[in-house]
Design a protein around this ligand. Structure first.
Ligand code: NAP
Length: 230
């Protein structure tokens, strides 16, 4: 059994909720991030019915004040994060000319600046303790190699998330594994009901990266535990 502590952003529904469940099943202490505290508490209650204990924490990754509050709470409670899953996501439609500037701004806050702020705050502690796992939940839509298919703001921000994954892996040190992945096309509010896979399958690669052994990969981009093109 693992005794690590994980923070999952956007953990109140969809893929994030399933990741919380699977990490708790593996014995990790799980903090379930949710921008709306009521949704976080409701999600934690749902998991409790399955005998899985997770701890809701209010965290809007697009809001630096919310991030600071969550970090201050962790520090007050002396909670050290070993595993950070940057899962929160938004999917505004539109091409470069039809999207609003706000859509570009929001996707960058949620997929880039929020994860970046959390990593910059949490990785130094991981380095001191000699263990850390960062999992950036990206998408095939962030892959130049796969044609950046999808709405402009979404694709651009996921490509930025991928670039920051590589740059963080280069400076974090060998005990910190930093990876990004595409979960596939998943039946959630974002993926819609006709998507080809369920959340259980989608969470597998995320949980694998969140619990990598010391000789596991870093600076990689995966789908179904296999490397995909940048
Ligand atoms: P989802 O069901 O729409 O859930 C998105 C989650 O992100 C929700 O918990 C939502 O919270 C949260 N969120 C959005 N903005 C936030 C913010 N500012 N701060 C904190 N949380 C925020 O989507 P999903 O399918 O589970 O997606 C999870 C991740 O997988 C995303 O990063 C997405 O880009 C990626 N992904 C999904 C698919 C797919 O087919 N579904 C494919 C490729 C990649 P609220 O409940 O408060 O809105």
């Amino acid at each position: 059994m693992e005794s690590r502590t994980a923070l999952v952003t956007g953990g109140n529904r969809g893929i994030g909720l399933e990741v919380c469940a699977q990490l708790a099943q593996r014995g990790l202490t799980v903090l379930l991030g949710s921008r709306d505290p009521k949704n976080g508490e409701r999600a934690a209650r749902e998991l409790k019915k399955e005998k899985l204990i997770v701890y809701p924490i209010t965290l809007d990754v697009a809001d630096p004040v919310s991030i600071d509050r969550a970090l201050a709470f962790l520090s007050r409670e002396r909670v050290e994060i070993d595993v950070l899953v940057n899962n929160a996501g938004v999917y505004p439609p539109g091409n470069v000319l039809k999207s609003t500037e706000d859509a570009f701004r929001e996707t960058m806050e949620v997929h880039y600046y929020g994860p970046l702020r959390l990593c910059r705050a949490l990785v130094p502690g991981m380095q001191k303790r000699g263990y850390g796992r960062i999992v950036n939940v990206s998408s095939g839509s962030g892959s130049f190699g796969e044609g950046l298919e999808g709405p402009a703001a979404y694709c651009s921000s996921k490509a930025a998330m991928n670039a920051f994954t590589v740059k963080l892996a280069q400076c974090a040190g060998r005990h910190i594994k930093v990876n990004t992945l595409c979960p596939g096309w998943v039946r959630t509010r974002m993926g819609g009901p006709t998507a080809t896979r369920g959340v259980k399958k989608a969470a597998e690669t995320i949980v694998w990266l969140a619990t990598l052994p010391d000789d596991g990969p870093t600076g990689g981009y995966f789908r179904d535990k296999k490397t995909i093109p940048w």
